[in-house]
Design a protein around this ligand. Structure first.
Ligand code: NAD
Ligand code: LMR
Length: 357
């Protein structure tokens, strides 16, 4: 019998988690032979609802689930954790962009980054789902200096899956025959779905689709798909987001021959600015991801990639002083006007508000 793997899920009483947790518990993440311990985090007002989720989990009698921990204590939630799904965050409503959530959600990812640093396994793999996912992942990793930054990723797999499905529909092909999709950049309206390397069976995608459909329908469709769902459902995507999070983490943990899109810390590949979380085409094996290198890029692709890079740099600029503050906490007094150690914890919230208001 394998040793149980510890999996943390934040926002565990929310709508994404309601799909995510049960699929993980059934073995769809790490496999049907891997026992698991679920470490479920909610804010205090969500604990009652979370206890209902735990009752239902218990009633499923999942053989792989060895223990369920429900808590509002962030350190306990990440204790020895090996895999973390950072879902808990405010979702956007109609008319909002995902980056409008930065102010509301930055503090969450700072606190959780710190807790991961202090309590989790040093080999933890983290996916950030909560929006704006790329910049939240950057905040979390900067708050976890003892964890290798490659262990923090942001989810763009939902965008990848959306593009794959649209291409399959348009060409009447099985979804599984559509390979080598790329999502570059931010999980936002500037993301760039790139089909220039996409194959459908033996054929290049552009042998089966035309440029006009690609540029004027596919790209805007994928960029705006989240908003389309919010308009239709009155709530943001949930089951498809949970599915994408499992795809991302499973491929990372267990490996895949397929190209996958992942938001990872840029090392400057393809001329993208370093030190932002940018979505690249990746290959996963032996528990690590690597950016696929040396792909040819035309001028259209380069321009689209730059647009998304620019937006991520703007988001980073909006939190620049906060990131500097992590490295130099003495700035707390300047930012918050309260220098005593007692207020260190709250100073982050003050700083976020002061800078992003
Ligand atoms: P939801 O409001 O249904 O659930 C969020 C849950 O998080 C709530 O139960 C809330 O109490 C909890 N929460 C809030 N702060 C927390 C904290 N500090 N610690 C632990 N839990 C906390 O929202 P949802 O629909 O599940 O969406 C969650 C996030 O995922 C949103 O930011 C949404 O925009 C984002 N999202 C991202 C993608 C993606 O592709 N990256 C896709 C869909 C949704
Ligand atoms: C999505 O892409 O569905 C999510 O990021 C939710 C949203 O706000 O669009």
């Amino acid at each position: 019998m394998k040793k149980a793997a510890r999996i943390t899920i934040t926002g565990a009483a929310g709508q994404i988690s309601y799909s995510l947790i049960f699929r993980i518990a059934s073995g769809e993440f790490l496999g049907k032979d891997q026992p698991i311990i679920l470490q479920l985090l909610e804010i205090t007002p969500g604990i009652n609802a979370l206890s209902g989720v735990a009752i239902e989990l218990s009633d499923c009698a999942f053989p792989l689930v060895k223990e369920i921990i429900c808590t509002d204590n962030v350190d306990l939630a990440f204790q020895n954790s090996e895999y973390a799904f950072l879902v808990g965050a405010r979702p956007r409503g109609p008319g909002m962009e995902r980056k409008d959530l930065l102010q509301a959600n930055a503090a969450i990812f700072s606190e959780q980054g710190k807790a991961i640093n202090n309590s989790a396994s040093k080999s933890i793999k983290v996916i950030v789902v909560g929006n704006p996912a790329n910049t939240n992942a950057l905040i979390a990793l900067k708050n976890a200096p003892d964890i290798d930054p490659s262990q923090f990723t942001a989810m763009t797999r939902l965008d990848h899956n959306r593009a794959q499905s649209q291409v399959a529909d348009k060409t009447g092909s099985p979804v599984s025959s559509v390979e080598n999709i790329i999502i570059w950049g931010n999980h936002s309206a500037t993301q760039y779905p790139d089909l220039h390397h996409t194959m459908i069976g033996e054929k290049s995608a552009f042998d089966m689709i035309n440029n006009d459909w690609y540029k004027n329908e596919l790209i805007p469709c994928v960029q705006q798909r989240g908003a389309e769902i919010i308009k239709a459902r009155g709530a943001s995507s949930a089951a498809s987001a949970a599915n994408a999070a499992i795809n991302h983490m499973r491929d990372w943990a267990l490996g895949t021959d397929n190209w996958v899109s992942m938001g990872v810390l840029s090392d400057g590949s393809y001329g993208v600015a370093k030190d932002i979380i940018y979505s690249f085409p990746c290959r996963c094996s032996n528990g690590r991801w690597d950016i696929i290198q040396d792909l040819a890029l035309n001028d259209f692709s380069k321009e689209k990639m730059k647009d998304s890079e620019r937006e991520l740099l703007e988001e980073k600029e909006a939190i620049r002083e906060l990131l500097e503050w992590i490295e130099s906490p003495s700035k707390v007094s300047t930012l918050s006007g309260r220098g005593d150690a007692k207020h260190l914890e709250n100073a982050w919230f003050d700083a976020v508000n002061a800078l992003l208001r």
